[in-house]
Write a new protein. Sequence first.
Length: 303
Amino acid sequence: MTLQLREFEFRSQVAGPRLLITGCVHGDEFEPIAAIRRLVTLFSDSDRTVSGFRGTVTLIPVVNKSAFLRGHRCGEDGLDLARTCPGRSDGSVTEQTAWALSEAIRSADYYVDLHTGGTELSVYPLAGYMLHTNPDILATQRGMAHAFNLPVIWGTSAALDGRSLSVARDANIPAIYCEYLGSATCNPAGVEAYVDGCLNVMSVLGMLDRERPARRLIHFVEDSQPNAGHMQVCNPSPVTGYFETHVKLGDAVRQGDPLGTIYPLDGSAPAVVKATQSGIVLVLRTFPRVHVGESVGVVQEIQ
């Protein structure tokens, strides 16, 4: 039997777009779960916040149940769902989950995928999207990202495959993803920002009448370099050991500034990881254990 995702669908009496919102593509990302559960309650209770909405909203608080039950980024088969899409209907648990998620994405008109830095990383709040080759889709994604109203907007390479957004890309469905902190916590401010952001996106898509909030955007960056958006490959650790950071999330750094020091367990000389570019600290490792090759952080250039 093909794996089924637990989804909550709310359909108005008035025709309108189909919006899909997902959380917990990785099993250790918790603000998205709490935010989407809040949205489920709002729609279930016909709260005045969503009164008179138009179209269809599909909410999936936990996409990756296998990974969530492990409290880990990946499921029991060791695969990263965000590298496995579009998956297989007859594959392993993550491949089946990717297949079910891909089917849900293809059935939508618009897509919002909520994330965090998980157990090991923290991410400065951002809304991102792939730099789609279709100018109309790209413009819609920019509008959705602006409406979500987080401090950073990050448009990145459209060449990255295996992701939820690459499924949307191939189906020509405007899609954004969002990141808000992480470090194995569930930050109440992140939950609030995600609830408000999703409702703001509904507003800009014509699905909801809602007053436009005060603008929170600080940095707008579009980077089409091949690995832009691939956080896990930036500023890699040269050794395995204990990571001690020298910076804070959101700090301004210059190329060559130390991001942190790794102390190998065998007592050999510490290794300092220096920023490969100038900008702000967009992602930072907060889990002290680091393996060789793993990222200690991402610095986003400011254009």
